[in-house]
Design a protein around this ligand. Structure first.
Ligand code: HEM
Length: 179
């Protein structure tokens, strides 16, 4: 996973709970990098899972909840770092741009990145489906990213997961209802 994701995670935890808590999380998780993250580097996916386990334990929260909250933070972080990908006019078109524009450009900028499949389909003016596929199975992160994107576009959206790889489906799927 690209370092930018780890840098954002560090920023979220440090901002909400302080540097000391982040240092304790790094120490306890015993990650190979010792918590020294830079955006352009790539780190083992395993490190993200190790950090997630320690963060959930420390905050007494479920790891899926931590991932979704982080997703909301991460998309705002992406907006600061890559504003060019947020020029799409509206929320449905933004979601449709992820697979064939955003993640494609990310792959060009960082050839060693492995962005997931995020296929959005506009059903009607109030409903969108998003299919998510990745060997990392981070659907809760995807859910948070979608929710965070709705905030960025000033849209009130309910994000319901209708299929999940963790329950044996081939991919995860979300139904987004715009209210
Ligand atoms: C709602 C929209 C988006 C969704 C649902 C989404 C979903 C995801 C998820 C779940 C991951 C984690 C890796 C995985 O699952 O395999 C990921 C990775 C990533 N995404 Fe997206 N994403 C979205 C928008 C964006 C945007 C706007 C950017 C950049 C501006 C971006 C850049 C990246 C990068 C850099 C990675 C790391 C890839 C790697 O480490 O190999 N994503 N995306």
């Amino acid at each position: 996973m690209k370092g930018v994701v780890f840098v954002a995670l560090a920023e979220m935890i440090q901002g909400k709970y302080g540097h000391r808590t982040w240092n304790e999380i790094i120490e306890k998780s015993q990650v190979e990098s010792a918590g020294v993250y830079t955006a352009a580097e790539t780190y083992k996916d395993e490190e993200a899972l190790q950090l997630l386990a320690v963060i959930s334990e420390k905050l007494s929260a479920r790891s899926d909840e931590v991932l979704s909250i982080f997703g909301i933070f991460l998309i705002k972080y992406f907006k600061k770092k890559y504003p060019q990908f947020f020029e799409t006019n509206n929320f449905p078109d933004f979601l449709c741009s992820i697979d064939n524009i955003v993640h494609v450009e990310i792959k060009k900028l960082a050839p060693d990145s492995i962005p997931p499949k995020v296929l959005a389909t506009i059903i009607d003016s109030n409903h969108i489906t998003v299919v998510y596929f990745s060997k990392r199975k981070l659907c809760y992160l995807a859910k948070g990213l979608i929710k965070g994107a709705s905030h960025i576009y000033g849209v009130n959206a309910e994000v319901e997961q209708t299929k999940c790889m963790h329950n044996g489906h081939e991919h995860c799927e979300f139904l987004i209802k715009i209210k």
